[in-house]
Design a protein around this ligand. Structure first.
Ligand code: ADP
Ligand code: MG
Length: 253
């Protein structure tokens, strides 16, 4: 329990003269939600892109499940167990919820030359893919919506579907960038319950602006401002940190 799955050390990402991420270290453990908060432009999405391999770091290193993955392409990092959701959705709206999850599960298979499923019969492989999809839908709370066309589902359900699609690739580490964005109260409540379920088996990094959700969910928080970590600790420590109060958690939040 609480095993260290991802460890990023002294990550820096420069865009020209701007250090969007400046000497940031973060550890993600199974069974924990690690929230990353900070004002717009703090570098939260850039940090997510560094961990997923969508952007190469200028300096620093990243280890996933004990392996150095620094500078590897995102498909390869995904195969090694890192799943992420994107702020822009990858859902095929004319397809059903089930079909979307199936496509996500199969894309993982196609890109995996050493996938052990290649050694079993096509029928056995299909059964295994179906089981993986059922588990993903269940965890995402979408089993009852499996046969609905994605276009006919609500905004909240589409965000759940994105997570189900990520889960279908069987990640151990999940990076979620603002999963509650644009949600009403009821949708946010379902998403909070879903995130709570995810943490049992996964290491989760949660970038989120909804502070009620963050403080309800997070086991650990990192606060970023202008690319730098200004504080890291338990929700209690962060709530009482005067630097954080001044820089971010002011009364207006
Ligand atoms: P956050 O997600 O915390 O709002 P971002 O990581 O999106 O912050 O952005 C951090 C800073 O890096 C911002 O100043 C942003 O304008 C800049 N930035 C992000 N991506 C790029 C890019 N591809 N090229 C140049 N600057 C970028
Ligand atoms: Mg962002």
């Amino acid at each position: 329990m609480n095993e260290l799955l991802l460890s990023a050390t002294n990550l820096t990402k420069r865009f020209g003269g701007l250090a969007a991420v400046n000497d940031v270290s973060v550890d993600l453990h199974r069974g924990r939600i690690h929230a990353v908060i900070g004002p717009n432009g703090a570098g939260k999405s850039t940090l997510t892109n560094l961990l997923s391999g969508d952007l190469p770091p200028t300096s620093g290193s990243i280890r996933l499940n004990g392996q150095d993955i620094t500078g590897q392409p995102p498909e390869r990092i995904s195969r090694q167990g890192l799943g992420r959701s994107y702020q822009k959705t990858n859902i095929f709206l004319p397809f059903t919820v089930w079909e979307n999850v199936r496509l996500a599960a199969q894309s993982r298979e196609r890109h995996a030359p050493f996938n052990p499923l290649h050694w079993i019969s096509p029928a056995g492989r299909l059964a295994e893919v179906n089981r993986r999809c059922e588990r993903a839908l269940e965890l995402a709370g979408l089993t009852a919506r499996a046969n609905s066309v994605a276009a006919a589902t609500s905004h909240g359900e589409q965000r759940q579907l994105e997570i189900a699609m990520t889960l279908a690739t069987e990640p151990t580490v999940l990076l979620l960038d603002e999963p509650l964005a644009g949600m009403g109260a009821a949708e946010a409540e379902s998403m909070v319950a879903l995130l709570q379920r995810l943490k049992a088996e996964h290491a989760v990094m949660l970038v989120e602006h909804d502070m009620d959700a963050v403080f309800a969910l997070a086991d650990v928080l990192t606060v970023m401002v202008n690319g730098q970590v200004i504080a890291s600790g338990t929700p209690e420590q962060i709530r009482n940190d005067e630097g954080v109060q001044a820089a971010y958690l002011g009364e207006e939040h």
